[in-house]
Design a protein around this ligand. Structure first.
Ligand SMILES: Cc1cc2nc3c(=O)[nH]c(=O)nc-3n(C[C@H](O)[C@H](O)[C@H](O)COP(=O)(O)OP(=O)(O)OC[C@H]3O[C@@H](n4cnc5c(N)ncnc54)[C@H](O)[C@@H]3O)c2cc1C
Ligand code: FES
Ligand code: FES
Length: 1340
């Protein structure tokens, strides 16, 4: 309802891509993203998360400031931008930057040609971030470029190719400065060309690039300038269906509004209010937007500091502080520097550009990075309410505990005063987050000390922490106690103990990182202590000794620098026809369309007449009987059309792929949180979601609720069959070995986090029960089968279409089939088209993950490092239904040997049945877990024998003519080549020495290095799973339409298939088109999984093309000088069929689990990776310094695509092994349901030096053109980072004399690293008293 007595609603005027938009019914709840996509049909801007965390929706906003006559361009997340905030602004979307119909912008061109897109879903967002930077800085520095991309996530590429495109716009040199082996990349390239094999290091040619011409850009609309200059500013009012938006122009007006609506939030950037309304069910009928009020935008430099308006964006604050620091004497800028330090990594640029200073402060979130430092620095808030103005120290708003808000609801924050620092005053800010950039902190701190003049006697001290309790908290008692004390170890010792005593953290029932947070709190203080000790030394070196040399490096934070990279691959033979594209780094077939936003994904499809939207209602209990479902309230909701339950399914609700079913709708009971119980269809997605929230389900809890592997073991809850592989005589071997180790490792699950969430559009065709299903899947045939079975119609009525998939990684198979069935049942019942696009939160909640894994192992070995026996048990958390879990378990057993010959081996794999959403296929399919287990015990054998890990690896590596543990022969020649080349390219031995040298000189920072080999067996285990078909049509104009059963999900399969067809038909790629994968053109296609797409479909495409060529051959022979078009014309006239299917029967693979023998794989890929890291022992933070990968991919069909796959998978592996952490509540609810809580690698996580080489002269007789399927293998190599971290931790522990063996689980997060680098601070946690002496020993 509109507030009484207020003016009528305005027209909202803004521009989009140079076009004027007048919106008469602007709804304050409508965000720019949905407005662009649904109302303006500009679908280039993508939905990835809806909460500002992924950058897929990035647009550029331009505003004009009449006072300064300046135009400001900034990037922003359209998903959090209310359209009402855009009055008078110009929006540029990816469509406005360039398109294939008009002109492709250099950013788009270069990103595509540098292979910076794979699935393409993140690409428009990337384009917009880069484009906006270039609008402001046509020749940016690499630091600016890196910063501009911090808020954009990509799940496919591993960022390297995106950064390569970015570098082409930067001014600086592209030299890698890779000096560790004495060479930079450019010199290395020279070396490479000396060798006999001709190798190449360029995947694109910069000569092709059009120059960036800033004069070509869209201009700011003159009408908006005139509006800003001539129109008097007036209050704007917009009424929506439920919410009113009021944007006043004066402070008095604002205060009056606040008095009238004290509960109404002020909305500036909407980065606080927006997520609360969207995700936490908070509702505000009135929103007040104060951004246009001059008092809230003031920037005033005074004698004692800076006064900044509360509505100033964080980016503006950052710029102002940077400026002030450059102009003022250092002594005055300590506070500014500390605030700036936090601003650098707070959110991404898109967030900082809109989020306001006042919003960050007033939200009083525990995770505010600004409040602790501003509070510690004595900043002052200028508050106003009607008839009253006052100033309070910022620290007061946290003064009396959590719930006391000293700011009244009628008050607004007008501005903030940030003081200059004084002589003898020092300020610092610290933060530790799950990811270095664009991640909320786990704990942060702001600290300030003022000394009596010329002394080290504390005159004043402030310590504030964030992340510890529910808001910022002050260690007041501690500070008071320490006043008058000297800045020395005794003070440090006492401070740490006082802080821990004073700041009581709530209990750890919720799985919070309590010990870690406490450790961080004291570690931050210690770091502050070191910093200030150094500063005192700088002030007076005679009196203050400073800190030892080896402590100094910890004072420097890790920074993200533009990575240097090199990619090496074998060139095609000079004799190869220039037209033949095989072996060349051809750009992704959709690359340009990805970058212009023209590539169409499911939710980009135009709406079908009468289309309905579907929202699912999911179980909130892990194991319960459904007592009742009350839909009455939901059905009353606006626009609600119907509610679909299991009763609406005409035929099958359950699918049996093993003994236990996969279920579409829960019928009588639920077996996990997130199981679909029913679904709402409505006229819009908003209405569907609102109604879904109103469905009431009553449950009766059932026992037991099993969530973890341990609980499943306790309840003997497993899926059958259990699998075992055994060879040799394990028990006997254990009796003869010198040593035995036993251990256990836990490996957490991993979310696919494909950027395009699960999406389906089901369109009933109106006759014969036919239905079109447009779906984002890797397996259209199973979607067809499941939909047909659920509707009770033959498969020939269901047509599945897949143009492209915005990332899948194994996550779009069976689960997608269930979701497609939900949509199809709804479409069938309503006879209307139904669209189901899962929100990121629902997607993560419902769809399961990579299998969490526990391995228990016993390893017997000789003193010389030879491993003689392994006895292991693997437990996989399968979730609530069998899905493909047993297959994953089998693969984990078959690949458990990695590259090692273990003569006596026994291993069991058990799939635990739990009450988690069903876990599913994920790139690597069991190998990333079992391979990590193997490399873990290899490393432990090294620890025990005292031999270096690489020696243990070499000693046990497969030799010629050996067999695997299931008796399959393999030839390890290329494995050994990869290993040796990786050793050489990474300069492993000299770097190891350099690492030791670094570690000697640095106490709190340590480096580690590890090299890990890999064998990746290729195969589907049985022949029928690798059959494939293709269909090729030649039209009379000579153009070719190609289709096959493979799915394009970023891995470039269509590009490769066109390369194959081009070679076979001997025509340019430009004549061949791929339209879509569909069950109507290729029936019964196998899923695109297991790295097999190119192998098997390539064979089928080749077959089809050869059939056609055979038919054309007589005509060609007749007229050998004719053109392709002549021959086709002639063929048509001679009634020669110009359409052919091609077929590949599949590989002859089998496995006999009874005997434990078989030939489940056709060939093996090999690789090796060497990684180096640096850790900060005080925080557990780390930086990936360098990775060198050598990979055997046979003869690459497309080196750009293959290298892209290796790098992308590797970075996903870094995520799996070092940062991606799934957290569940004790009730089984997944807590990590979006990019805010679940951190996948971002630009800051890729190695600073990153090199990938494809092994040259490698042949593979089994696959198309001697290539090898490469989609999955690289992921495992991410564990080289895990082992490099382990190496660093080991070195820390050795130095500290910690001899006890230690175990590290995956992901190896900062928390674990910190806990493993045990020191006086961690001990302090365990034993406050006993540690005090130890603490003194480590302090200076
Ligand atoms: C993806 C993402 C990442 C983030 N990362 C970080 C991070 O790393 N570190 C961090 O510290 N923060 C982070 N944030 C939080 C962000 O900094 C804050 O949400 C932001 O500063 C709030 O400003 P806003 O203008 O968007 O607030 P809004 O959402 O517009 O308002 C927030 C609240 O502040 C109140 N308010 C705003 N201005 C005033 C005023 N002048 N007077 C009184 N009340 C006012 C409003 O009433 C409202 O309750 C992140 C947010 C997102 C979405
Ligand atoms: S969709 Fe907007 S940031 Fe993810
Ligand atoms: S290309 Fe970036 S998410 Fe797929």
């Amino acid at each position: 309802m509109a507030p009484q007595g207020e003016a009528a609603a305005e027209e909202l005027v803004f521009y989009v891509n140079g076009r004027k938009i007048i919106e008469k019914n602007a709804d304050p709840e409508e965000m720019l993203l949905s407005y662009l996509r649904k109302r303006l049909r500009l679908t280039g801007t993508k939905y990835g998360c809806g909460g500002g965390g992924c950058g897929a929706c990035t647009v550029m906003i331009s505003t004009y400031e009449p006072a300064s006559k300046k135009i400001r361009h900034y990037s922003a997340n359209a998903c959090l931008l209310p359209i009402c905030s855009l009055y008078g602004a110009a929006v540029t979307t990816v469509e406005g930057v360039g398109s294939t119909k008009t002109r492709i912008h250099p950013v788009q061109e270069r990103l595509a040609k540098c292979h910076g897109s794979q699935c393409g879903f993140c690409t428009p967002g990337m384009v917009m971030s880069i484009y906006t930077l270039l609008r402001n800085h046509p020749e940016p520095t690499s630091e600016q470029m890196i910063a501009a991309l911090a808020g954009n996530l990509c799940r496919c590429t591993g960022y390297r190719p995106i950064l390569d495109a970015c570098k082409t716009f930067c001014k600086e040199s592209v030299c890698c400065q890779m000096k560790a082996n004495g060479k930079c990349c450019l010199d290395q390239e020279e070396d490479l060309f000396d060798k006999e094999e001709k190798v190449s290091t360029s995947l694109f040619s910069t000569d092709e690039f059009q120059p960036l011409d800033p004069t070509q850009e869209l201009i700011f609309p003159p009408e908006l300038m005139r509006m800003a200059e001539n129109q008097p500013k007036r209050t704007l009012l917009f009424h929506g269906e439920r919410v009113t938006w009021i944007s006043p122009v004066s402070l008095d007006e604002l205060l009056a509004l606040k008095a009238a609506h004290p509960k109404a939030p002020l909305v500036v950037g909407n980065t606080g209010v927006g997520p609360e309304m969207k995700f936490r069910g908070v509702f505000h009928p009135v929103l007040i937007a104060p951004a246009r009020i001059p008092d809230l935008n003031v920037v005033k430099c005074t004698d004692d500091g800076l006064t900044l308006g509360a509505a100033c964006s964080l980016s503006l604050v950052k710029d102002i502080l940077t400026n002030a620091i450059s102009e003022l004497p250092e002594e005055k800028t300590k506070v500014f520097c500390a605030v700036l330090q936090q601003l650098r990594t707070l959110g991404g640029e898109q967030i900082r550009n809109v989020a306001s200073l006042g919003g960050n402060i007033i939200s009083r979130k525990s995770t505010s990075d600004l409040n602790p430092v501003l509070a510690a620095s004595n900043c002052v808030l200028n508050l106003a309410s009607r008839g009253r103005k006052r100033q309070i120290p910022l620290s007061d708003i946290f003064a009396h505990g959590v719930s006391n808000n000293t700011i009244t609801p009628e008050e607004v924050l007008v501005s903030v005063h940030i003081p200059h620092s004084r002589k003898g005053e020092y300020v610092s800010a610290f933060r530790q987050a799950p990811r270095r950039e664009n991640a909320l902190p786990i704990t942060n701190a702001g600290m300030r000390v003022l000394f009596e003049e010329g002394t080290d006697i504390i005159k004043d001290l402030s310590i504030f922490y964030g992340g510890a309790v529910s808001t910022t908290v002050c260690a007041k008692q501690t500070c008071c106690t320490l006043i008058g004390r000297h800045w020395n170890e005794q003070m440090l010792d006492e401070a740490c103990r006082l802080v821990l005593k004073e700041i009581a953290l709530p209990g750890s029932a919720s799985g919070e990182k309590i010990d870690y947070k406490k450790t961080l709190m004291v570690s931050f203080f210690y770091r502050f202590f070191l910093e200030i000790s150094q500063s005192l030394k700088a002030m007076d070196p005679c009196h203050f000794p400073g800190i030892p040399m080896e402590y100094r490096s910890v004072l420097e934070d890790f920074e993200t620098r533009m990575p240097h990279s090199i990619q090496i691959y074998q060139d095609v033979e000079p004799s190869q026809s220039p037209q033949d594209p095989v072996g060349r780094p051809i750009m992704h077939q959709s690359g340009i369309k990805h970058t212009t936003g023209e590539a169409v994904y499911i939710d980009d499809l135009p709406s079908v007449d009468g289309e309905l939207f579907l929202a699912v209602v999911t179980s909130s209990r892990a194991h319960a009987k459904i007592v009742s479902i009350d839909t009455s309230e939901a059905l009353k909701g606006p626009g609600v059309f119907d509610i679909i339950t299991a009763h609406d399914i005409p035929a099958a609700n359950e699918f049996y792929y093993s003994d236990e079913p996969e279920i579409i709708f829960a019928r009588n009971k639920v077996i996990c949180v997130g199981q679909i119980v029913c679904a709402v269809v409505a006229d819009s997605d908003v209405h569907a979601k609102q109604a879904a929230a109103k469905v009431k389900i009553e449950y009766e809890m059932l026992e037991p609720v099993i969530l973890t592997i341990e609980e499943a073991i306790k309840h003997n809850s497993f899926f059958e069959p259990k699998r075992k592989l055994e060879q040799g005589n394990v028990d006997q071997a254990f009796e003869t070995v010198d040593n035995i180790i036993e251990g256990e490792i836990c490996i957490g699950g991993q979310k696919h986090f494909y950027m395009e969430t699960q999406s389906v559009l089901a369109v009933p065709k109106g006759e014969d029960k036919e239905m079109d299903i447009y779906v984002s899947t890797q397996h259209p045939a199973i979607i067809q089968e499941m939909v047909a079975a659920s509707l009770g119609v033959p498969a020939n009525r269901i047509m599945c279409h897949v143009k492209r998939v915005g990332g899948a990684f194994g996550g779009k198979l069976l689960r997608t089939g269930l979701l497609a069935s939900v949509a199809a049942v709804a479409a069938n019942k309503t006879s209307r088209a139904v669209r189901l696009i899962l929100s990121r939160g629902d997607d993560m909640l419902i769809t399961g993950s990579r299998h969490p894994f526990i391995a228990k192992y016993k390893v017997g070995f000789m003193n010389d490092g030879r491993i003689r026996a392994v006895d292991a048990k693997y437990y996989l958390n399968g979730g609530c239904t069998p899905e493909e879990s047993v297959l994953v378990a089998e693969v984990s057993l078959l690949k458990m040997d990695n590259v090692y010959k273990i003569p006596n081996l026994r291993c069991w794999a058990y799939v635990c049945k739990t009450n988690l959403p069903s876990n599913t296929a994920f790139r690597g399919f069991g190998f990333p877990q079992s391979g990590l287990v193997t490399e873990t015990w290899i490393t432990e054998v090294a620890d025990k024998t005292g031999l270096p890990p690489e020696k243990i690896r070499e000693i046990n590596m497969y030799k010629k003519n050996e067999q695997t543990h299931f008796k399959q022969k393999l030839d390890p020649q290329n494995l050994i080549r990869c290993w040796n080349e990786c050793m050489e390219k990474s300069a492993y031995y000299s770097r190891k020495i350099a690492v030791s040298e670094f570690n000697k000189q640095n106490y709190w920072k340590k480096r580690g290095v590890a090299i890990v080999p890999m064998k990746y067996p290729f195969g589907m285990g049985t022949r029928h799973l690798s059959q494939a078909a293709a269909l090729v049509h030649i039209y009379t104009d000579g153009s070719v339409l190609l289709t096959h059963g493979g799915i394009e999900m970023g891995q470039g399969i269509h590009t490769k298939m066109i390369q194959v067809a081009s070679r076979e038909l001997n025509i340019p790629m430009s004549r061949i088109h791929f339209c879509e994968t569909s069950t109507t053109t290729v029936p019964n296609a196998c899923p695109s999984v297991g790295s097999a797409g190119t192998d098997v479909n390539g064979m089928a495409v080749k077959d089809a093309c050869q059939t056609l060529l055979k038919r054309l051959q007589p005509i060609i022979n007749e007229n050998p000088k004719g053109t392709w078009n002549d021959w086709i014309k002639e063929a048509f006239e001679q009634s020669v069929s110009l359409s052919a299917t091609g077929y590949f029967r599949g590989y002859n693979e089998y496995m006999d689990w009874e005997k434990g023998e078989g030939q489940p794989f056709t060939y093996f890929l090999y690789g090796a990776a060497c990684s180096e890291v640096e850790i900060n022992c005080l925080t557990g933070d780390h930086k990936n310094l360098r990775t060198d990968i050598v990979m055997d991919v046979g003869c690459s069909i497309n080196p750009a695509v293959d290298i892209g796959q290796i790098e992308g998978a590797f970075v996903q592996g870094i995520g799996l092994y070092t940062m991606e952490e799934l957290k569940y509540s004790p009730e089984g609810v997944l807590c990590t349901r979006g990019p805010d809580q679940y951190k996948i690698p971002a630009v800051c996580d890729i190695p600073e030096q990153f090199s990938v080489s494809l092994l040259s002269s490698s042949q593979n007789p089994y696959a198309i053109y001697a290539s090898k399927g490469i989609g999955e293998a690289g992921l495992f190599l991410g564990c080289s980072v895990f082992f490099a971290l382990r190496d660093a931790v080991t070195r820390v522990r050795n130095e500290r004399g910690l001899k006890k063996p230690f175990a590290l689980n995956s992901p190896l997060t900062a928390e674990q690293i910190r806990a493993s680098c045990a020191d006086a601070f961690t001990e302090l946690m365990a034993n406050n008293e006993a540690a005090s002496t130890a603490l003194q020993a480590t302090s200076v």
